[in-house]
Design a protein around this ligand. Sequence first.
Ligand SMILES: *Cc1c(COP(=O)(O)O)cnc(C)c1O
Length: 374
Amino acid sequence: MREGVLKRYRDFLEITPNTPMISMGEGNTPLVRSRFIANELGCGELYFKLEGCNPSGSFKDRGMVMAVAKAIEAGSTAIMCASTGNTSASAAAYGAYCGLTTIVLVPKGEIAAGKMAQALAFRPNIMVVSGTFDQALTMVRTFTEKYPVTLVNSLNPYRIEGQKTAAFEIVDDLGDAPDYLFIPVGNAGNITAYWRGFCEYNSLGKSTKRPRMMGFQAEGSAPIVRGEPIAEPKTVASAIRIGNPASWKQALTARDESDGIIDSVSDDEILAAYKMLASKEGIFGEPASAASVAGVAKLSRGGMDFSDKRVVCVITGTGLKDPDLASQQADMPLQELPLDLGAMEKALEEVVKESLSLRAKAIEVIPWYPEPIC
Ligand SMILES: *Cc1c(COP(=O)(O)O)cnc(C)c1O
């Protein structure tokens, strides 16, 4: 039973007797140990936190459930956000679940097809503006200050509060904090939330240490790395296509207090990690999520030694959010087959042979592979 983050972590959140304990089963996402990439990148232990397993397919649900619960507690009946996609999908889902009026503003042409289709399915009031995410967010901030509508972007303090539960889960699963946390950085709310979660748990004695926070932006959208806002951010990873992060200062605090870094990776590095994650680990994350893995790859190539370290990469959303990019990157001809068994046998001859040769290695590769009987 997935009880949701409000119930599971109620003692660590601002829950009052009047807070509605809503849940769509968010949180409690898998922490999967890497079997192949860890060796390639020279990591002692490497884990992936699969945030795409949340109800709307991204980590945004952890913060949204908290923000929406507190909005209802305060008597609000309307929520609003600007979004590169996942925030709107999450807001619209929880808005529908709670029967609220949901208003969503998205930058025209900047939002991945899966997120748009998903957001529309929940039937929010959705508007498309010709401008960047940052410009849309400015408009939403002004509007929600003027009207009785609750802002549910990560400027809403309850968003960050709810999102910190992911750090709790990692510590609860591993029995301690990892040495490193790699995470994509867009508006920088999530890195802020994780750092808060790790600090709170540590001060309560639930962990012996706090991880070094390793934030990664996309090269064409790296305002924090460059030290100045970017008017027209560009990257294939739409979820982190943000030129002026709302939680900029807090991200720097997380970096500095944890002795971490905020660095950037190129789109090519992001796409290489995106494909590697799927083909070598069976994990289909969205492009922005792959920035965390691309970050480990970059530092490992640069000579950083993770061989006796425990590393966690946050896979922030599911790959299904961006089907266009997935098809484009698949770049694999589909083999046509006549409806004929003979043709199939011929076509698969090599494949079967190859799989038999795999048997010899299977015991090493798959620890739970049975010993051959003969
Ligand atoms: C929102 C989002 C991010 C960026 O998180 P921030 O809190 O804005 O830094 C990264 N990946 C995915 C999939 C997202 O939805």
